[in-house]
Design a binder for this molecule. Structure first.
Ligand code: SAH
Ligand code: SF4
Ligand code: F3S
Length: 474
């Protein structure tokens, strides 16, 4: 199954282009039958990394001759799934049932599933048993073979399933169809080696692998030539970038190189693990004119005892000291975080500790999650699971503080004029544009849609909870 691993990355890329042409023949045949161009829809669940993978899927589908749409009535629908929490999983099953009924009405319809959820053997069993109408299933490690798998799907009678346990392959230069012309995510690394005890990501995304800096820089230069002004460097733990490269390089060094790219205006990155955030990184951020004033720094818990059980490798005090250093060195930095409530063994006093950290750090925003038991992770086997009503009580208490703090932080910007990257026309009111400040705050203001993709100064006039209404400054 994995003979292709023996090829070099470039050979594999060439091989996949041959399959794209072959897939195109099948799509053209379908077009002749339907007397129109077949449509496809890529639906993404989960994180930014999945969103970027979906752009790769879309690039290949487009090249194979499909017309991209956002409507799941399409002739080909692919779900790029997430399994980080059980509710992500349940949503996929729910919507899949609906796709199945659409397929009964459109016999040409093909349905594919890929992404993190597919790396779980129990999921594959369930799909093979109860969702026989799915045409193609593959995982996270062989996504670069999507063109080849499409051809297999067209040639097969029943369901095609191809899941790999891991890979060390990174295949460059396959086509990508970006969602936004002016901003883009870029993978700098894949996988994760941290094994936080609650988290399934290391099991479904495999071991940590960094891309070569030359490949990353080349991709960014090409994006900039193509109109991109803002990039987001993506990895589960960007702070450990480069450790396993032939010529090791730190994340801060990579940022220095990215900063030099002419025409690039904004640099973001995600996610930073607190245990690996270096002084060098703080220094680079401080000096940079392009790195955005936003750091996502997941806390998970403010209790040292729980952090230890989570295998996070920092204490409450370590985290607080780091946050204080960041606030001192980069005063206009927005800090956001992720927090889990209800980890096994968590007591109300641990939630108190978490709330106390939220108050001290003053997060600009925090994503709060109820702990979800993931099969195969160490935490799932822990005996002291917390009862639902206790979790709910802690969660509500935390959420209130998180929201109050975020409101206070956002309100501090009132009256300033700051640069916003104009991202889109406002969904509710089309006389307004929606822009994003360097610190990730959203601002709506009157303006012409021709400004989309530009960075413009906006006066922050009225604070509405978590966002602003502003005025374009000319
Ligand atoms: N690599 C990133 C996180 C990726 S997952 C990091 O370490 O920061 C995004 C978030 O989902 C995590 O930060 C965590 O808060 C949450 N999460 C992960 N596993 C979870 C689980 N089993 N239950 C609830 N939330 C979880
Ligand atoms: Fe999961 Fe921890 Fe890796 Fe983040 S660092 S992906 S939370 S194991
Ligand atoms: Fe979900 Fe996979 Fe991302 S499990 S959060 S899509 S890495």
């Amino acid at each position: 199954m994995q003979i292709t691993d023996k090829l070099t990355g470039a050979e594999e890329t060439a091989r996949q282009f041959v399959y794209m042409d072959k897939a195109k023949e099948y799509v053209e045949r379908l077009a002749a039958k339907l007397e129109r161009r077949p449509t496809c829809c890529v639906t993404t669940f989960g994180c930014q990394m999945n969103a970027r993978d979906s752009e790769k899927l879309a690039g290949i589908l487009e090249r194979a001759g499909y017309e991209l749409t956002e409507n799941e009535e399409a002739d080909f629908v692919i779900y790029n799934t997430c399994t980080v929490r059980d509710n992500a999983n349940q949503r996929v099953y729910g919507r899949l049932g609906h796709l199945g009924s659409m397929k009964k009405k459109n016999p040409h319809k093909k349905i594919a599933l890929c992404g993190c959820m597919m790396q779980e053997p129990a999921v594959i069993e369930k799909l093979q048993k109860s969702y026989r109408f799915v045409d193609l299933i593959f995982g996270t490690h062989n996504i670069y073979k999507f063109a080849e798998l499409l051809v297999q799907m067209f040639e097969a009678d029943g369901m095609v399933v191809d899941i790999w346990e891991d890979t060390d392959q990174i295949v460059e230069d396959l086509p990508i169809e970006r969602k936004y012309p002016f901003k883009s995510g870029i993978n700098i690394m894949f996988g994760c080696n941290n094994f936080c005890s609650y988290c399934i990501v290391p099991y479904v995304r495999g071991r940590e692998r960094s891309r070569n800096p030359e490949d990353i820089l080349r991709e960014i230069r090409a994006l900039v030539d193509d109109g991109v002004v803002e990039i987001m460097l993506l990895g589960q733990n960007v702070n450990s970038y480069g450790k396993n490269l032939e010529h090791p390089m730190s994340f801060a060094q990579l940022l220095r190189e990215v900063e030099k790219i002419e025409g690039l205006k904004r640099i973001r990155f995600m996610t930073s693990h607190p245990k690996d955030l270096s002084d060098e990184l703080i220094e680079v951020m401080k000096q940079s004119t392009k790195i955005c004033r936003h750091l996502h720094l997941p806390l998970q818990s403010g209790s040292t005892r729980i952090l230890k059980a989570m295998n996070r490798k920092y204490t409450r005090e370590d985290y607080l000291a780091l946050a204080a250093r960041l606030r001192k060195e980069i005063p206009d930095l927005a800090i956001t975080t992720d927090i889990i409530v209800g980890f096994p063994g968590e007591e109300p006093c641990d939630v108190d500790d978490t709330i106390d950290v939220v108050k001290q750090v003053q997060y600009d925003n925090a994503f709060t999650f109820i702990y979800s038991k993931r099969t195969g992770t160490p935490a799932a086997a822990m005996e002291n699971q917390v009862p639902g009503e206790v979790v709910k009580e802690g969660f509500d208490r935390l959420l209130k503080v998180v929201q109050d703090t975020a409101r206070e932080r956002v309100a501090l910007l009132k009256g300033q004029t700051l640069d916003a990257l104009v991202e889109e026309v406002n969904e509710q009111d089309d006389s307004l544009l929606t822009g994003r400040l360097s610190n990730n705050t959203i601002v709506h203001f009157k303006g012409d849609r021709s400004l989309i993709g530009e960075i413009v100064p906006v006066y922050l006039k009225e604070c509405h909870g978590f966002y602003y209404l502003g005025e374009l400054v000319r």
